[in-house]
Design a protein around this ligand. Structure first.
Ligand code: COI
Length: 355
């Protein structure tokens, strides 16, 4: 069957599910997988071009046991959100940045990747086909997970001969079980997240498994998440498991510089741009763990995380607390970012894409 006809068939089928909203308890969404209707997938051929791709019913996929992703971890993830505006239109936020980040990550991981346009097309098709799963305004968003992975088989250590680009989604609200309450972070001293020259700066699937044990330990002690230190000196803060970190000091906003070990978050980049527009000074540099004591506010950013206030950070059994009620800068940045993403603040920067 030609890919195009599969796409048409499924999109029109999706349209036949004519209710505006799926049967979801929109007031109780967290960040766990909700099965939607469709996913998008396309495969590369040997020359590295990707087929047009098609939507299929959401479900399990078949993989050769020798697939590159299963044996050698050749894979990347992305994270994006589609938000429903008050007037019902659905918006993506800076999707071209996710597409470009996947391209850069693919080069690092020796993979072919879809073009920026093809990436966005796959994401758009996924959102349109799953439109009834985009939460009502103010109730969350449809989180999108584009994946690129080695689906071709290789027994020896080598790049996979074929790659799959797949997009699925799930309606979500807050990433942390704390909801919008401030996070309590634990500074991990033993397990670093990334190494100079490694893959910390790209969204490699293999960045996440190695920190699960540190997260499990911190969570079992009641912390929300882990703040990692640099692997080289163990003196500087880097990032949280799935978010970047910012400190607010008077009129200055400080965040660790992206030097290859820190993920260049799209929310991070957007928050920096908004901060500069508001007249704050922004410093991207090494941030010593001791500097956490000097901050007035601390917050985390990420697509899944949004802009989340940090209420305390524990390092070597010393807990530094932040007054979250007065977290004026964090709240200001959060409301501008969310306003642009949800269409309640005019997008003067061409950041949102209507689909
Ligand atoms: C995101 O913020 O979208 C992420 O990818 C973080 C995480 C859930 C892996």
């Amino acid at each position: 069957k030609a890919a195009a006809s599969v796409v048409e068939e499924h999109v029109s089928e999706a349209e036949r599910e004519d209710e505006e909203y799926a049967d979801v308890d929109w007031d109780n969404l967290g960040f766990s997988l909700v099965r939607t209707d469709y996913m998008f997938a396309t495969r590369s051929c040997r020359e590295g071009n990707f087929e047009q791709g098609y939507l299929s019913r959401y479900g399990n996929i078949e993989l050769n046991p020798a697939a590159g992703i299963l044996n050698y971890g050749q894979g990347l993830i992305e994270g994006m959100k589609a938000c429903r505006r008050e007037d019902g239109r659905v918006l993506l936020f800076r999707p071209e940045l996710n597409a470009m980040r996947m391209k850069i990550g693919a080069e690092r991981m020796c993979m072919h990747s879809p073009s920026v346009q093809h990436f966005i097309e796959g994401v758009k098709q996924t959102v349109l086909a799953n439109r009834r799963w985009v939460p009502p305004p103010g109730k969350g968003s449809l989180y999108l997970r584009p994946l690129l992975f080695g689906s071709g088989a290789s027994l020896g250590v080598a790049a996979a001969p074929e790659f799959t680009f797949l997009v699925f989604g799930s309606p979500v609200q807050n990433y942390f079980k704390e909801g919008t309450a401030a996070l309590n972070l634990y500074v991990e001293e033993v397990i670093p997240r990334a190494y100079l020259g490694g893959t910390g700066g790209v969204k490699a699937i293999s960045n996440y498994g190695p920190v699960l044990e540190a997260m499990r330990r911190a969570k079992s002690r009641g912390f929300s998440d882990v703040l990692y230190l640099d692997a080289e000196t163990g003196k500087n803060i880097e990032e949280v498991s799935a978010s970047n970190i910012f400190l607010v000091k008077e009129n200055t906003i400080v965040t660790p510089a992206t030097n290859g070990t820190i993920l260049g978050g799209i929310t991070r980049k957007s928050v920096i741009e908004i901060s500069l527009d508001l007249g704050y000074k922004v410093e991207e540099r090494s941030v010593a763990v001791e500097e956490l004591k000097e901050a007035r506010e601390v917050f985390c950013t990420g697509t899944a995380t949004g802009v989340a206030s940090v209420g305390s950070i524990t390092f070597q059994n010393t807990r530094t607390e932040y007054k979250v009620g007065d977290a004026h800068v964090t709240q200001q940045l959060r409301s501008i970012l969310v306003g642009i993403q949800t269409g309640s603040i005019q997008d003067t920067k061409d950041w949102v894409m209507e689909i």
